[in-house]
Design a protein around this ligand. Sequence first.
Ligand code: ZN
Length: 501
Amino acid sequence: MRVLFDELKDLVNEIDALESIVGLLDWDQEVNMPVGGIEGRSRQLAIQARLAHEKLIAPAIKHLLTALKPYQDTLPYDSHESSLIRVTRYLYDKASHIPPDFQARLYEHLGKSQTVWLKAYAENDFASVRPFLEKTLDLSREYSSFFNGCEHIADPLIDLNDPGMTVSTIRHLFKEMRDQLTPIIKDIARVQIPPCSSLTKFSPELAQLSFGREVIEKIGFDFERGRQDKSTHPFTVQISPGDVRITTRVNEYDFWNAFSSTVHEAGHALYVQGIAPTWNGTFVAHVASEGINESQSRLWENIIGRSKNFWHYFFPRLQLYFPETFANISLDTFYRGINRVQPSSIRTEADEVTYNLHVIMRFDLEIQLLEGSLSVGDLPEAWRQRFQEDFGICLSSDREGVLQDPHWYDGFIGGQFQCYILGNILSAQFYESALSTYPEIEDEIRRGYFGTLRAWLKNNIHFHGRKYSPQELINRVTGKAMTIEPYMQYLKTKYYDLYNL
Ligand code: ZN
């Protein structure tokens, strides 16, 4: 049996390497590639994705999984071998529904769509990317059609990123959140906190990048096993365990933009850099789900990166980096400025409270597109209308609306946004658990020490990679299923204090 297991592991190593090359091609496309590379790159992506997929659904894997079943049944659930077989079987079962030709068509299309979006975004030109989005919608529906018997057309797309979640469970969760969020937003709206004008004063790009680098090194990002570049939309990609890349974008008149995205992406990178080396080259050496992944980035970006304790340590450093911009304001003014609740058009720049409404809106629109009650042609207007209803803001361009996020242009329509709310919810649930074991974490952060929190996250979450399902992991780490209570409590405590309510 050991021989068969090693055979399976060798095959998995090959497939994982092929898949990681897709990630490298994608990173290069977003960071370096000239626009003229679009045709060639789409073809390269298509061939690479098809090769990886063909190898995964080949009879060899199926035979090995069948032959190894009796062996797996004798192993403890937690063991290395059992976990590797279990995760491989899970991914094989899912992938075996998808024809390799589909995978090639999908990646070829998304390669082009992404580049067309970059130009459309820069020029505020939805019309040019509309046919690509229409095709993406067709491909998203086609993907879903490979899975018979699901309750909703979006379920297979959601399951791809957040295993175990469905339209029905997410709708329930989002309703619960909206019901609790609405009174908080109303209460906050009664009080005005003036904007902190220093945040939009000139902050040189080089200093922004250097300060961001200092902060993420301090919280634990390993530059020996990662790097940071610039891209239109910030993202993280895992090329291999020793090569985890993050990107940011810089606006010299908006300090918080690059800073928050740097800390956010570093949160993702810490997750991947923290996976146990024993899983290197296997399917286990990946995040458990996008929701869990976002819990890590949102934890560092918001719960830590927008906290008073964090800035108690870093604010004097910030003032040294930007004497012209921040030297003459108090920590309190800065803290209130970065936490000011103000409806705004861009999701990634939203405050912690209204952020959730951005996500719920995108989720609802995705569902309408997939169900066919909304057409791609009507999407920009539907976005504007819904935004007006939810935020009371009249959008002046599609750049501030439907063009702002890359998700629908470089991936499926469906299943792409729920992870951000799951991430918010879980960030608070995990942090509550960490604090109950190590109450000293908050004092340590105040002193600029992040080791206890980082070690807790690594040992309890990062280390396991995809060994456990998201639900198993949440239960193991917090002793209960996912619940929105800690997150709502976190928001209430923080913002009612900040707004003197
Ligand atoms: Zn993220």
